[in-house]
Design a protein around this ligand. Sequence first.
Ligand SMILES: [Zn+2]
Length: 98
Amino acid sequence: MCTVCGLPKELCICEEVAKEQQRIIVKVDTRKYKKEVTVIEGLNPSEINLQELTSYLKSKFACGGTIKDNVIELQGNHKNRMKNVLIQKGFSPEQIKV
Ligand SMILES: [Zn+2]
C-alpha cells in the first residue's frame, strides 16, 4: 500500500505525479509589442533558490529577468541554450522539457 494515497502499489501514481510536478518547462512567450520572453515553469521554490537561479541566468544570458509566481521570465529568446545551462546548473536532462 502507498502511504500517501492508500492505494495498492500497482494503482498508485504518486511517484509519477511527483516526477511530473518536478518537470521544468522552458518555453518562449510573446508579450506586447512582440517582445519575446523565455519562461521557465515548474521550479519548486522549496528546493530551488529562484532568486539565485534568476540572477545566474540573467548574467549568463546578459538579459533582464523577473520572478512571477515561481515562474522565471527572461527577456529575449534563450530557448536553444537554456537546457544546457540548466544542466550545467545541476538539473537532470530528463527533468527539462523545452
Ligand atoms: Zn500513492
